[in-house]
Design a protein around this ligand. Structure first.
Ligand SMILES: NC(=O)c1ccc[n+]([C@@H]2O[C@H](COP(=O)([O-])OP(=O)(O)OC[C@H]3O[C@@H](n4cnc5c(N)ncnc54)[C@H](OP(=O)(O)O)[C@@H]3O)[C@@H](O)[C@H]2O)c1
Length: 436
C-alpha cells in the first residue's frame, strides 16, 4: 500500500518535507505500515533553485495536478499567503483529500470556514507546523491534555523577535542593531514587519486560543504590541530588577471574572521562570491544565527540517487514520464546535507595570508622580532613580503592584501635564504567571 502526497509549494517547508519523505522511506514505512510517496509538487517557477533537488517530473505549475488528483490522498499546503492557498485547501477537502498546512495566517483569518469545510467533507486538516514549528503543541493541547480545563497558555511564539530580544539582553544591543544582526544570519526577513510588530505570533496565539478554549478570536479582538519601541535602557533596568524581557503570548482565563485574556506584548518575566531561559530563535510554551499542572515545551520554531518534522508527523497521522477507519469529520481543533466569547479588552486587564519616566532632575518630581498614581489607585512596589544625562534628565523607574490598565493609562496621561517629563514614558507589563 502507498499513501500519495501532493505538495502545494516547494520552498523552505516543501523541500524539507520532500527531503524527509525521500530519504527516510524505510523509517516512515516502519511507522505507518506502508510507504509515503511524493506524487506532485506545485510551484510558480519550475527553474528556481531548490534546497532539496526534486526528482524529474515532480514539479508542476498547475495546482490541479495536486488538488482534485484522485491518486493523491494527502495535500500539503506549504505555499503561504491567503490566496490561492485558501481556495486550494477548500477544493482539496471537497475533492475528498485530507490536508496538512503550515499556514498560521490563513488559519487565524479563515480557520472557521476551513475547519467547517473539513467537518462537512469528513476529511482531516492537520496543522502542527503552523504554531511553534517542530514543537508538538497542537497535539499536546488537542490530545495529550484533552482531559483538562486549560487555565492558561503562555508562549514565546516567534523566533525572530526572541533572537532580537536575546541580543538586546545579552549584548546591550539597540533594537536596530539586533534586527540587523538577525537579518544577516537569515533569522529575519528583509521586511521584518510581520515578526517585529507581533502579527506572526498573534496568528499563532489565535490558533492556540482555539485549541485551549474552543474560541477562535479575530485579530481585532486581541491586544497586539510588537517589540519596535523597546529601548536598550529598559533591558538594563530589567536585569537590575530580576526580570528578562520577552515577547509574551498569553491566552488565559482570568480566575476572578472568568473572562478570557488573549494578548501579545513585550513583558518582563522573572529571570527564574522557564520561559526566561528560552533564548535565541527557540520557541516555547507553558500550558497549565487544571489537572495536569504546568507543561513546558521548547524547541525550534522554524527552519526547513524542524518545520518539515511537524508536517511529516501530520502526514503520518493522517495516513494511519485514513486506513484504520474512515474519517468521520472529527473536530480539527479538538472541540465539537467553536463558541464565541467576549475577549477582555486591553483596558480591563490587571497586571503589574514597569514604567520608565525621563524627568527633570529636581526635587519634588517623584512626589508629584506618586501623587498622581495614588489618586488613581496605583500602588508603587519599587522605585529606582539613575543617571543624569547631559541635558539634566534622569531615568525614574517605577514598578507597580497589580493595577488596572485603564487606571494606569489615566495616570500616565495626567503625568504628562505635570511639566516634569522630558521624554516619552516607557511602559512594559510585568508577568508573574501566578494569577491564572
Ligand atoms: N519557513 C519556515 O520555517 C516556516 C515555519 C513554520 C511555518 N511556515 C509556513 O509555511 C508556509 C510556507 O513557508 P515557506 O517558508 O516554505 O515559504 P517559501 O519558501 O516562500 O515557499 C513557498 C512555495 O510556494 C510556492 N508558491 C507560492 N505561491 C504559489 C502559487 N500561487 N502557485 C504555486 N506555487 C506557489 C513557491 O513557488 P516558487 O518556489 O516557484 O516561488 C514556493 O515553492 C507559510 O505559510 C509559512 O508561514 C514556514
Amino acid at each position: 500500500m502507498i499513501t500519495n502526497v501532493g505538495l502545494l509549494g516547494y520552498g523552505t517547508v516543501g523541500a524539507g518535507v520532500a527531503k524527509i519523505i525521500s530519504l527516510e522511506d524505510s523509517l516512515l514505512s516502519q511507522k505507518v505500515g506502508w510507504s509515503l510517496k511524493l506524487a506532485r509538487a506545485t510551484v510558480r517557477d519550475l527553474d528556481a533553485p531548490r534546497a532539496f533537488p526534486p526528482p524529474p517530473g515532480l514539479l508542476t505549475t498547475d495546482p490541479r495536478d495536486v488538488v482534485g488528483n484522485p491518486d493523491i490522498q494527502v495535500v500539503v499546503e506549504a505555499m503561504g499567503g491567503i490566496e490561492p492557498a485558501r481556495t486550494l485547501i477548500l477544493k482539496a477537502l471537497e475533492s475528498g483529500q485530507n490536508v496538512v498546512t503550515a499556514n498560521k495566517a490563513l488559519l487565524a483569518i479563515h480557520g472557521v470556514e476551513i475547519f467547517a469545510k473539513a467537518k462537512e467533507c469528513r476529511r482531516e486538516i492537520f496543522f502542527e507546523a503552523a504554531v511553534a514549528g517542530a514543537i508538538p503543541v497542537i497535539r499536546t493541547l488537542k490530545e495529550g491534555l484533552a482531559a483538562n480545563r486549560i487555565l492558561s497558555v503562555f508562549g514565546i511564539l516567534n523566533g525572530t523577535t526572541n533572537y532580537i530580544l536575546t541580543r538586546m539582553t545579552q549584548d546591550a544591543s539597540s533594537f536596530q542593531d539586533a534586527l540587523f544582526e538577525a537579518q544577516s544570519h537569515g533569522y529575519a526577513e528583509a521586511d521584518p514587519t510581520a515578526d517585529v510588530e507581533g502579527f506572526d505570533a498573534a496568528h499563532k496565539l489565535i490558533i492556540l486560543t482555539a485549541l485551549a478554549h474552543g474560541v477562535l478570536p479575530s485579530l481585532k479582538d486581541i491586544q497586539v504590541e510588537g517589540i519596535t519601541k523597546l529601548d536598550a535602557k529598559d533591558f538594563d533596568f530589567a536585569g537590575e530588577l530580576g526580570f528578562t524581557i520577552k515577547l509574551l503570548a498569553v491566552s488565559a482565563r482570568n480566575p476572578e471574572d472568568g473572562l478570557l485574556e488573549v494578548r501579545l506584548h513585550p513583558a518582563m518575566i522573572p529571570q527564574g521562570h522557564l520561559l526566561a531561559g528560552v533564548s535565541g530563535v527557540l520557541n516555547a510554551v507553558v500550558i497549565r491544565g487544571h489537572a495536569s499542572g504546568d507543561i513546558f515545551l521548547s524547541g525550534a520554531g522554524a527552519g526547513m527540517m524542524a518545520t518539515a518534522s511537524a508536517v511529516v508527523g501530520d502526514i503520518i497521522e493522517i495516513a494511519r487514520l485514513s486506513h484504520s477507519a474512515p474519517a468521520v469529520g472529527k473536530p480539527s481543533l479538538g472541540w465539537q464546535s467553536l463558541t464565541s466569547e467576549r475577549i477582555k479588552s486591553p483596558t480591563e486587564i490587571y497586571t503589574r507595570y514597569y514604567l520608565r519616566f525621563t524627568v527633570h532632575d529636581r526635587p519634588g518630581v517623584l512626589a508629584a508622580i506618586s501623587g498622581v498614581f495614588s489618586a488613581h489607585n496605583i500602588s508603587i512596589a519599587q522605585v529606582i532613580q539613575k543617571g543624569v544625562d547631559p541635558t539634566g534628565s534622569v531615568s525614574l523607574v517605577i514598578l507597580t503592584h497589580l493595577a488596572a490598565e485603564k487606571d494606569l493609562q489615566m495616570a500616565l496621561s495626567e503625568t504628562q501635564k505635570l511639566g516634569v517629563l522630558t521624554a516619552e514614558t516607557k511602559l512594559i507589563r510585568v508577568e508573574d504567571f501566578a494569577r491564572y
